[in-house]
Design a protein. Structure first.
Length: 354
């Protein structure tokens, strides 16, 4: 074999021609505006949450499939399934499945909202006053009290899961959980010898995971239920929103905003986590917040997120306060469309631009 045809030399030659395959991604990342780039904390938390959710789904499917095989007398196949060393997260990532826009939109929205909530300053009028949620749990209205208790429990639970780098599949909306379960099942199958019995067990275990999924336990869903239970009157919405963000209860703040605008929680969350606030300020005007209330909320958000330019906001505040509520509602009307419809509209818009 000549030197020129040696595989190692051929690979080196191709690399020399093509250059670093990561260069294009590095360049793209460099030119991203600061408010679009993930900072290190967000990147680490996103990786932790994604890895934990995938790991939890994998463990459930793999363990139950092995249990089914063992119960059917296929102990060796069960052992092989449990002993397989497939890196499911890496496999799904390499296949490009985790680049799913709806999955990433959900996880990025959640991660950014959690980081924002953690960094919010305490801005209540009476520092010794009990937490907003604690006060709601003590109300004589048992519907509100039960919903507030549920949110308090779920927020604490999620905080513990994040702290210990653990999560469960129920952290995803049903449609995304459904998608992820089958991806994970396929990756598990790929890591073991092809066998009809094993395939059947994996499929049944995946269906069990789907049947057991309850998205109503998610913090976001519980916050929506609490906002519905409170059912604030129009003139009560501004007070509740200012108090929620002052008490660092961002999930309730978002849920009340979503209810007042008649939009989904994820759409309202997207407004809140945008660092420039182009859509949040009109949204706050649409639900009746006045100039001082908007300024107070903006200041809290700016304290929590260094990407926000509070001086620029101050220059815009008079114009924001002058926005008519009806005009703001009309401008935000597309957000009231179903999530899948909005995604389809965006997909067509992208294809037209391309």
């Amino acid at each position: 074999m000549s030197v020129g045809s040696h595989p190692t030399n051929e690979a080196a030659a191709r690399a020399g021609v093509l250059g670093d395959p990561r260069l294009e991604e590095t360049i793209t990342d460099f030119f991203l505006p600061d408010d679009s780039r993930l900072d290190e904390r967000a990147r680490l938390l996103l990786g932790s949450v994604l890895g934990s959710i995938v790991g939890a789904v994998e463990a459930d499917v793999r363990r139950h499939a092995a249990r089914l095989l063992s119960g059917r007398g296929a102990d060796r196949k069960a052992d092989a399934l449990l002993a397989a060393r497939t890196d499911v997260l890496a496999r799904l990532s390499a296949a490009g499945l985790l680049r799913d826009s709806e999955l990433m939109e959900e996880l990025l929205g959640r991660v950014r909202a959690e980081l924002l909530a953690d960094a919010l300053p305490v801005a209540i009028d009476m520092p010794d006053a009990p937490s907003l949620l604690v006060r709601l749990t003590a109300l004589p209205d048992t519907v509100v009290a039960a919903a507030a208790t549920a949110l308090l429990v779920q927020e604490n639970r999620r905080g513990n899961l994040v702290e210990h780098k653990h999560a469960v599949g129920a952290e995803l909306p049903a449609e995304l959980h459904h998608r992820l379960v089958w991806w994970v099942a396929a990756a598990i199958r790929e890591g073991v010898a092809a066998d009809a019995d094993t395939d059947r067990a994996i499929g049944e275990a995946a269906q069990r995971s789907l049947a057991a999924h309850d998205e109503s336990e998610r913090v976001e869903a519980v916050a929506v239920r609490l906002a519905a239970a409170i059912d604030p009157l129009p003139d009560e919405v501004p007070v509740l929103m200012v108090e929620a963000i002052g008490d660092r209860r961002l999930s309730l703040f978002i849920a009340v905003l979503a209810r007042a605008l008649d939009i989904d929680f994820d759409a309202a969350r997207a407004l809140v986590i945008e660092p420039r606030g182009e859509r949040l300020w009109p949204a706050l005007r649409a639900v009746g917040l006045d100039r001082p209330s908007i300024a107070r909320i903006a200041l809290s958000l700016a304290d929590a997120d260094p990407r926000r330019d509070i001086e620029q906001f101050a220059d815009q505040l008079d114009g924001i306060a002058a926005i008519a509520a009806e005009a703001a509602r009309a401008a935000l009307a597309p957000l009231s469309l179903p999530r899948s419809f909005r995604s389809a509209i965006r997909a067509l818009a992208r294809s037209a631009q391309g």
